[in-house]
Design a protein. Sequence first.
Length: 92
Amino acid sequence: MVFLIAYDLHTPYDPPEDYQRVIAYIKTTFNWCHVEESVWLVDCALNATEIRELVKPQLHTTDTLFVARLQGNWSSWALGDSRNNWLRNRSF
């Protein structure tokens, strides 16, 4: 299943090191596709709540996090071949 993970890191906890910590966690935990600066797609057998609970410890209480399952109806523009191919090769 493919899930979207979107987050925003808010002040006073938003130096580059915080972003790098979240990025490194996502990259080492999931089969991933980086879509936008703070938007990732992950392919895993967990549900949205389980993914949220895994990512949440990487964030501060002032940050925001959104996780949702994609159902296979997607479209993109100027996303690039590698990201589009990643999506095309997923089971929804």
